[in-house]
Design a protein around this ligand. Structure first.
Ligand code: UDP
Length: 328
């Protein structure tokens, strides 16, 4: 594997997805340095690796870091990622997700680091006009979060043209699950994501799950999403890294399972996995939620040979449940 023994800067490596990436890089014998300001990340998710607490927009810190280490690539997971919050605090999103990334790319260019893997999102597409969503689907984000991610993708294409900086932008659908070790997993405060909330309702930490919208044009009236295991996401980053190290060109890929599950499907599968009844309260729609988001991940399967190991939702929920039970 060309990535072994490579030195990788993981920005946001103390977050949910970043921490799983760090594990996989370590398993692939890469040398990892983590930069994270712990604003949403958690030090508990990092074990043993070189860790620097700081902002990715701090040019002095970046200059020191890039002078001390010769990185083969940078992976960038550090971003605010809540759609609703982005509607109320757009400038915080533009500052954190866009302006700070300008500073990071600037430092990379100054120090001649030319490979970048970026955590993008299905939110770049906005309200889908066709399902499953392919990478050439129109990009028309419906919230500031999606706007900031699309702006970075466009900035990356400009940096490739101007400086030869090669990038892979990975558009995640719904990241879920936890490492089989159950040592790392999803840990947001406050938690807004469906699966951890459903599991909290299963073990009584919360009274019930509120189902946001039961009148969508879907089979059971609730929103349909494409859940992909966090370690499958990390695996896709490794494949993207190998492709860039082999001289591959810049690319954009969707990362999803290509299967859609409604909110009610998720709840009933979680009842099966946990053996608990999950109390449900029907609630109004959550602003900004499209009815259906399902990826076509054909492109990355075909071009990079990505083959997700977690091919059904029960398996994904089981790993999340194992992690959840350890958080008491
Ligand atoms: N959802 C819900 N109740 C909750 C949290 C989420 O009904 O307490 C729904 C949400 O409206 C969406 C789906 O679950 O249709 C997935 O939401 P999540 O926030 O996990 O991910 P998103 O699709 O927004 O990235």
């Amino acid at each position: 594997m060309p990535s072994s023994d490579k030195k990788i800067l993981v920005v946001g490596g103390a977050g949910y997805i970043g921490a799983h990436m760090v594990r996989q890089l370590a398993r692939a014998s890469c040398d990892v340095v983590i930069l994270d300001n712990l604003s949403t990340g958690n030090r508990k998710l990092v074990q043993g690796e070189a860790f620097i607490q700081g902002n990715l927009g701090n040019s002095d810190l970046l200059d020191k870091l890039f002078s001390r280490h010769t990185f083969d690539a940078v992976m960038h997971f550090a971003a605010f990622s809540q759609v609703g919050e982005s509607m109320h605090q757009p400038l915080a999103y533009y500052r954190n997700n866009l302006a700070e990334t300008v500073a990071l790319l600037d430092a990379m260019v100054r120090h001649d680091v030319k490979r970048f893997i970026f955590s993008s999102t299905a939110a770049v597409y906005g309200e889908p006009v066709a399902i499953p969503i392919t990478e050439d689907h129109p990009c028309a984000p419906t919230n500031p979060y999606g706007n900031t991610k699309l702006a970075v993708e466009r900035m990356l294409a400009d940096c490739d043209a101007a400086y030869g900086l090669k990038f892979t932008a990975l558009r995640y659908f719904n990241a879920a699950g936890a490492d089989e070790s159950a040592e790392i997993g999803e840990m947001h405060d406050p938690e807004t994501h469906l699966i951890p909330i459903v599991l909290s309702a299963a073990d009584g930490r919360i009274d019930h799950i509120r189902v946001f919208g039961t009148d969508y044009p879907t089979t059971d009236g609730t929103c349909v999403r494409d859940y992909v295991h966090v370690n499958d996401l990390a695996q896709a980053h490794l494949l993207a890294l190998d492709a860039l190290l082999e001289g591959g060109d810049s690319a954009v890929y969707n990362l999803g399972s290509s299967h859609g599950y409604s909110v009610r499907d998720v709840i009933s599968k979680a009842e099966g996995v946990t053996g608990k009844r999950i109390p449900v309260v029907e609630a109004p729609r959550r602003p900004g939620d499209p009815a259906v988001l399902v990826a076509s991940s054909e492109k990355i399967r075909r071009e990079l040979g990505w083959a997700p190991a977690y091919d059904n939702l029960e398996k994904i929920i089981r790993t999340a449940w194992n992690w959840h039970l350890k958080q008491k």
